[in-house]
Design a binder for this molecule. Sequence first.
Ligand SMILES: [Zn+2]
Length: 99
Amino acid sequence: MGKFRRNFKIIKFAAVVIKSQIEKEKKTIEIMIQMYCRKLHNPENQICQSCLVLYEYAEKRLENCQFGENKPTCKNCHIHCYKPDMREEIRKVMRYAGP
Ligand SMILES: [Zn+2]
């Protein structure tokens, strides 16, 4: 029983770590797309429609990331889970706004 409880705690902790890592990447992508869009597309709102689509796509890829717990940052990931046209778009964003 004691052992079970300890494992449970570890699992809970791991879940928090995964979530924050993914949340952090989402935030980073959001900021990069905003910078890129504001400069190149002059949106009326925060970002234009096509950049919004890109952001929502990136968000979904992050949520479905097959690495889960061991997720590397997308920049360093060699499993390219984006479909080709979206990959091209996100590349442009990263080239412009990436660290
Ligand atoms: Zn845009």
